[in-house]
Design a protein around this ligand. Structure first.
Ligand SMILES: [Zn+2]
Ligand SMILES: [Zn+2]
Length: 130
């Protein structure tokens, strides 16, 4: 069986990543930390096992909560990977191609921008499963 290989990276190209196989899940987070860290209304992400992801290039890191590391390119500031508990989250928007994944649920909807309508997906007020 051939695994699907996908590539992406930061805006300036100094930090790159490769994923192998399919993500465990794809979500969209409206939480305050994601909003500010990504300087965006929400963070659409695909979650892979750490062993499915390889990165190349320097990454700086910020531990936004214990054990949750948000890694970014020190040259251009783009978010590249978030690592926690053996999993890596990557923004859908960081892949080289458009349309690779679509969210399956929304979390932290209490922080949704009022102009942004809910998608027809499971909605979680806070974390998924809370
Ligand atoms: Zn960069
Ligand atoms: Zn979040």
């Amino acid at each position: 069986m051939t695994e699907t290989v996908r590539t992406g990276g930061c805006a300036c190209g100094a930090a790159r990543f490769t994923t192998r196989g399919e993500p465990d899940r794809v979500g969209l987070c409206h939480c305050l930390t994601c909003r500010k860290a990504h300087a965006a209304a929400c963070f659409p992400f695909a979650v892979f096992r750490a062993d499915q992801v390889e990165t190349a290039g320097d990454l700086a890191s910020w531990e936004s909560s214990p054990g949750y590391h948000r890694n970014f390119c020190p040259a251009c500031g783009s978010r590249v990977t978030n690592e926690t508990g053996g999993e890596i989250e990557i923004s859908i928007a960081s892949f080289d191609e458009v349309g690779v994944f679509a969210p399956q649920y929304e979390s932290w909807t209490v922080r949704r921008e009022p102009w942004l309508p809910p998608l027809p997906l499971p909605q979680y007020d806070r974390n998924r499963g809370d």
